[in-house]
Write a protein that binds this ligand. Sequence first.
Ligand SMILES: *Cc1c(COP(=O)(O)O)cnc(C)c1O
Length: 353
Amino acid sequence: MKYPALIIDKQKIKHNTHLLVNRCKKSGINVAAVSKVYCAIPEVAQAMVDGGAYMIADSRLENLKKLRFLNVPKMLLRIPMKSQADDVVDYADLSLNSEIETLRAIANAAQRKNKTHKVILMTDLGDLREGVWNENVVDFAGQIIGMKGIDLLGLGTNLTCYGGVIPNEENLGELIRLARQIENRYNTKLEIISGGNSSSLYLLFNGQMPMGINQLRLGESIVLGIETAYGKRIEGTYRDAFTFAAEIIEIKEKPSVPIGQIGMDAFGQKPVFTDKGKRKRGILAAGREDINVEGIIPRDKCISIFGASSDHLLVDFTECCKEYKVGDIVEFDLAYGGLLAASTSEYVEKVVI
Ligand SMILES: *Cc1c(COP(=O)(O)O)cnc(C)c1O
């Protein structure tokens, strides 16, 4: 095996998907499984489909293109670029949208290809990322309904991404009210009310999910077994479907405070140190080109992380009973940011088991 490596257990992904799909199904909610954080590695996306996801969703068209072979609808999560209109129609069965000009470009592309592109209109309920402001969304919907080449399939929202706004009965209730207003005003039916991401799950677990929400777009909860409103573990899911593994290249006893005048580190920051005496310091062959220090958690709890430069991860083995040696592999759990970094780094070997 080559290191550093990102090792993915597809059975665990399948299990996590299955558990959440079944839990959601009980409340009349379909799960669109989100593949963006692991860059849509096809075998892992396949595991999500095997686990029962009725749809695969990703923010990048490149990823949806890779997943063309999957036998489920594919949804584009990020508001499309106008310049991508043709590819949107080719590689996404549906997309989340908020701009009329882009929708016109998609409608034109779809008509040229004799297709109809399905759209979920996004409304902003306060998180201040994407979406038509909630007060304007009913009017806005009127501009799309009847547009040739476009089929308005539903209304959706995204929370807890930029503003950290937590979904609740009030804001998701508002989403449902807006959907009903659109239906009544334009005498139409909205098939999907898409009630957010992994931060909406806690409502389901607490029995507080407003009736009417019938889709969630779930990434982190499937991949890491964590709900994201409060960061709690989801009972029954695996936390360790993804493993980051790096090899030890040096172990030395050294002081805990550098010797000499302290200037700036490799990233222009002035470092501070506390003197803990001599430590058993290890260097792993991984660094900021592979992961971010805040995004990795050593599985062996005796290990702590000093820091990292571009290619070196400095760890403290002093408290370990296990005798680590050069050539040994150290394993880490990942936080969302660490997983994102490892997935996007070309230096990290991706291994699906
Ligand atoms: C990334 C993303 C999701 C999935 O979010 P998780 O917190 O990983 O569940 C859902 N919806 C949109 C629009 C996204 O961009």
